[in-house]
Design a protein around this ligand. Structure first.
Ligand code: IPD
Ligand code: CA
Ligand code: CA
Ligand code: CA
Length: 268
């Protein structure tokens, strides 16, 4: 991509994520009237018309500007994955929070170019925070630059955690026990995208999820790298399409947390 092509996509991702978040807020304020549906048998895996409508909106806005680009989204699936630029979309990350009236949800949009995350934006309308970043240009919340924590030990801060009923939950409690044994503490807020952004912002020392999808974290991974953080080999074995365990952390605690997780982090 030329610098001008990157500029256009970076500007677009910020404005489209914010417009999508405003649309999400309209739905959120009248969430009592939204029917909550479940995906498959998992009663915890909820979705509403808001998720679908917001993704449709984002795809339409980006297609208008970049008709040659492809898409991968949680609700709409894959479209033209052979394209040079692929937008990876989570229209609402934190849907369970969204339908239950908890403010921890956001819109997450990342861009993959030739297989590498290039830029992304995470819009949190409840806290008026737009996290955004682009490779080589830094990462920001609104206009403030992001930098990961300087913690050197899990005792020095809070680690974000998450799990689901999809796969890997048997690794979760043993991990938490090990973390507590080493004097660490944890938080699960219900939005993997926001927790990844919080690691980039130095609010959390790291974030571990037993199984994450690429749309949950792709935008966040751009921020994380620009803010000086480390991530495991998340894209291995088709991680883009199927997901993988995910660990993001500040450099000072990455190895300690990876050891507490054990081989399940990077093995199948
Ligand atoms: C979920 C959230 C949650 C994480 C799950 C994700 P969704 O995404 O990120 O924090 O624990 O693994 O599926 O379904 O709310 O978009
Ligand atoms: Ca979901
Ligand atoms: Ca998600
Ligand atoms: Ca979602």
């Amino acid at each position: 991509l030329t610098p001008a092509e990157i500029d256009a996509r970076y500007a677009a991702v910020k404005s489209v994520a914010q417009e999508a978040a405003r649309l999400g807020m309209d739905y959120y304020l009248r969430r009592q009237s939204l029917a909550v549906m479940h995906k498959g048998d998992d009663m915890q895996d909820v979705v509403s018309i808001a998720d679908k409508e917001i993704e449709t909106f984002i795809r339409a806005e980006l297609t208008k500007r970049f008709p040659e680009d492809g898409f991968l989204g949680e609700e709409g699936g894959a479209d033209d994955l052979d394209a040079r630029c692929i937008w990876v979309i989570d229209p609402i990350d934190g849907t369970s929070c969204f339908v239950n009236g908890l403010h921890n949800w956001c819109v997450s949009i990342g861009l993959l170019v030739a297989g590498e995350p290039l830029l992304g934006a995470i819009a949190d309308p409840n806290h008026d925070e737009l996290f955004h970043g682009c490779r080589g240009r830094g990462a920001f919340v609104n206009d403030t630059p992001l930098k990961v924590s300087s913690a050197q030990d899990v005792r020095e801060g809070v680690l974000g955690v998450g799990t689901t009923h999809r796969r890997g939950k048997e690794n979760f409690i043993p991990f938490l026990q090990g973390l507590l044994n080493e004097g660490g503490m944890f938080l699960r807020n219900g939005s993997g995208a926001l927790m990844t952004a919080y690691v980039a912002a130095g609010r959390l020392i790291g974030y571990y999820e037993t199984d994450l999808k690429s749309w949950d974290c792709l935008a966040g991974l751009v921020l994380l790298k620009e803010a000086g953080g480390r991530v495991n080999d998340f894209f291995r074995n088709d991680g883009l399409l199927h997901g993988n365990p995910c660990l993001v952390a500040c450099p000072g605690v990455y190895d300690q947390v990876a050891r507490l997780i054990g081989p399940s982090l990077d093995q199948d």
